[in-house]
Ligand binder design. Structure first.
Ligand code: ADP
Ligand code: MG
Length: 406
């Protein structure tokens, strides 16, 4: 039997009851003969003692001056506590197990603290521990620079740790355990009748993840796709197999697999500000270049860009809008802005070239009196910008319109 990577998210480890479920999944896979590598996130959510956000709040409460390098060191503690907790429980069950930090597990990253990029995974130590028949528990979300400094991989980084390990170890499968029954057609916290997808392609879920479906990190999917390692997203709290993420060719082997799906799902990103700048007739291009260059120079990432000869329209995150406006005003421009917007996306490989999709979107939203502030499309996604207070209703209306509950 091969290697199986299991990743357990924050809510899967935060209570004693949840950890019992984790142990059940570990025992089941050991019994079926897998060598197990387990990646863990920090336990719980903001407010709970060892959650990543709680640790960051702690740094803020203590003067808010902690440098980025040291902040990463602090954040690494959350996963270390999770990993050692799980190790204790497994050993107590008579299961030989050991904990490796990101560094010990072989994660080499650059030094972009808080959002480091994996440069290499050197899994020799893990392989050695596996040969000694141990379950290896790896602290997710972290690595080490060549110089030996601890780094963290950014939000959702444990997913990336898991698939990067899957790739480096040539694992049979990476199982992402979380608090929902797989990847659903929309965030079930908002769309109650969202339905779990049995099987999705890497590309479909990558698009959904980039558009805000935070059930799995898009980078994690890309790594799995490059290495051609299948990923399953599934619930810690049940025995259902969740969603299989694979190549479309893999669909044929799966009973009830849906090959030709029209729309896969709906996703959202909130807290965005729409900025519009009028450009003078005759020198539109010059001003546009100036605008986007100044955003880049100030490290402000822009999205949803619509450029016409007389206008530049784009979005930034709300927390960057003040800075963006100042930068524009300093150049003598007079930007207009609308904060508190949300980007709602309809995602599906099947929408390419199908007539009438936009009409259906407009129909669904206008029937709810929702104003579309801006829209754009690619061959896999249609985006609409709406006011944040219209977001929930938009998601529900579109979900129903495209019959995703069926
Ligand atoms: P973990 O701590 O296990 O990594 P996350 O909170 O990062 O968990 O991801 C799981 C959450 O993702 C779910 O609770 C759900 O609210 C949210 N989510 C957003 N979009 C989707 C989707 N399309 N399918 C499933 N879950 C989604
Ligand atoms: Mg997550």
């Amino acid at each position: 039997m091969g290697i199986l990577v299991q990743k357990f998210g924050g809510t899967s480890l935060s209570t004693a009851g949840a950890r019992e479920h984790v142990i059940r999944h570990v025992k089941r896979e050991l019994a079926s003969g897998y060598s197990l590598v387990i990646v863990v996130s920090a336990m719980g959510r903001r407010g709970e003692p060892y959650a990543t956000d709680t640790l960051l709040d702690w740094a803020v409460q203590n003067g808010d001056a902690l440098p980025d390098r040291e902040k990463d060191l602090l954040m690494c503690c959350g996963e270390i506590i999770s990993a050692t907790t799980l190790c204790g429980l497994l050993v107590n069950e008579g299961i030989l197990s050991t904990v490796l930090t990101g560094a010990q597990a072989g994660f080499v990253t650059d030094n972009s603290y808080g959002n480091a990029r994996i440069l290499d995974v050197r899994p020799e130590r893990i392989l050695r521990e596996l040969r000694e028949h141990k379950v290896v528990i790896v602290t997710g979300f972290q690595g080490q620079t060549e110089a030996g400094d601890f780094t963290t991989l950014g939000r959702g980084g444990s997913d990336t740790s898991a698939t990067a390990l899957g790739a480096a170890l040539r694992a049979d499968m990476v199982d992402i355990y979380t608090d929902v029954n797989g990847i659903l057609t929309a965030d079930p916290r908002i769309v109650e009748d969202a339905r779990p997808l049995t099987v999705v392609s890497y590309t479909e879920i990558c698009n959904m993840a980039y558009q805000g479906a935070k059930v799995i990190h898009p980078r994690a999917v890309e790594i799995a796709m490059q290495a051609q390692i299948p990923v399953r997203v599934r619930s810690t709290f049940s025995e259902t197999e969740g969603t299989l993420v694979t190549n479309p060719e893999g669909f044929r082997d799966i009973q009830n697999g849906i090959v030709d799906r029209f729309v896969t799902g709906i996703a959202y990103v909130s807290n965005i500000t729409q900025i519009s700048v009028e450009c003078p007739e005759g020198n539109g291009t010059g001003v546009q270049l100036q605008i986007f260059k100044s955003m880049a120079d100030n490290g402000i990432s822009v999205d949803f860009i619509n450029v016409t000869p007389t206008e530049a329209l784009y979005t930034v995150f709300d927390d960057k809008s003040e800075r963006a406006i100042t930068v524009l005003q300093e150049q003598g421009l007079r930007p207009k802005s609308l904060s508190g917007c949300a980007k709602v996306s309809v995602i599906g490989g099947g929408i390419n070239g199908v007539p009438g999709i936009m009409a259906r979107i407009v129909e669904a939203l206008s029937s709810q009196n929702i104003q579309i502030l801006q829209s754009a499309d690619s061959n896999t996604t249609i985006w609409v910008l709406v006011k944040k207070e219209d977001m929930v209703q938009s998601l529900r209306a579109l979900h129903t319109k495209f019959e995703l509950h069926r």
